[in-house]
Structure formats: C-alpha cells, structure tokens
Design a protein around this ligand. Structure first.
Ligand code: SF4
Length: 163
C-alpha cells in the first residue's frame, strides 16, 4: 500500500516509538518464546508481522529489518533491492528510475531519517542475508538479544577470579 508506506515515513517519529516499544515487549516475552520454541512460534509470528508491516511499510519479510536505520522506509521496495543507499538513477523529482510512479525508497529514507533527527552522515549498510528471507525479523531480534545475553554472561563468568 504505497500511500500507507508514505504515511509511515511522514510519521516516522511516532512509528519508531511504537516499533521500539513493540521490540522491547517482544524481548521481555523472551521466556515465553523459549517455552513455546522459536521454531513453533515462527510461523504465526511471521504471519502477524507480514500482515502488520506489509500494510504499514510494504514489508517484504527480509527477516532482518532495517526500518530503524532507514527512516521507516523499507529498502526492500527498491526494485534493485539496494540496502545501502540510492543508485545513480534517481529522477530529478525524487522518483525511482525503474518505477517512475514511485518515490525512490532511499529519498524517502533520508526524509524519514531527517524527521527522526538521525545523523545523515551515518552510513547505512544492511547486507541481505538470504537465509533469513521470509523469517520473522521480530523473532530474530529476540534471538539475537538472547545470544548477546548468553555471550555476556559467559564472558563475565570467565573473568571472575577463581576461589
Ligand atoms: S527491512 Fe525487511 S523486515 Fe523491515 S520492513 Fe523491509 S522487508 Fe520488512
């Protein structure tokens, strides 16, 4: 839904706030995901994610969400699937070279980043891991958080002096 996608960038601040709250909530529910099992939770969570984010951002379920870095403009809607910035073909009116009826997702990303107060000189680079395509990026965030926690706990235990 192109119009809703543009609405989301226009309201990047509010969207980001909701997104961050949701992400924190999913992380808090980590024990529940573990209990259910990530594999079992994957399908229903991915379905919900696809429904919600498909509507708001034209999400293509890449499984590794970049919205927080791209001003809430999904880079997977770029016909060339560029994840690190616009190609050289952006039209003078800010529209896409391949789909002239659509604004370049990266022009939109810079606009959204501006609304969020993101440092525009900060590089954006989100290489696509094709193994994650179709997965829930929400659950992937939880899994990453869990792995980081486990690594930190492991490091702490190895640093503790032995009695
Ligand atoms: S970056 Fe990936 S997960 Fe995020 S909205 Fe776009 S396709 Fe969906």
């Amino acid at each position: 839904m192109y119009l809703l996608r543009r609405f989301s960038v226009n309201h990047a601040r509010g969207m980001m706030r909701i997104y961050n709250t949701l992400e924190k909530g999913l992380i808090v529910l980590q024990p529940l995901w573990q209990k259910i099992g990530y594999e079992r939770a994957e399908k229903p969570v991915a379905l919900i994610e696809k429904g919600v984010k498909g509507l708001l951002f034209d999400c293509q379920m890449c499984g590794q969400c970049a919205l927080s870095d791209t001003g809430m403009s999904c880079p997977m809607n770029c016909p060339k699937q560029l994840r690190n910035g616009p190609c050289g073909g952006v039209r003078e009116n800010g529209h896409c070279e391949v789909k002239p009826e659509m604004r370049c997702v990266w022009v939109e990303a810079y606009r959204g980043r501006g609304l969020l107060g993101t440092d525009q000189s900060k590089e954006v680079f989100h290489e696509v891991d094709y193994q994650k395509i179709g997965q829930s990026s929400w659950l992937n965030v939880v899994k990453k958080h869990q792995a980081e926690q486990a690594a930190a706990a492991e490091e702490k235990s190895t640093k503790q002096p032995k009695a």
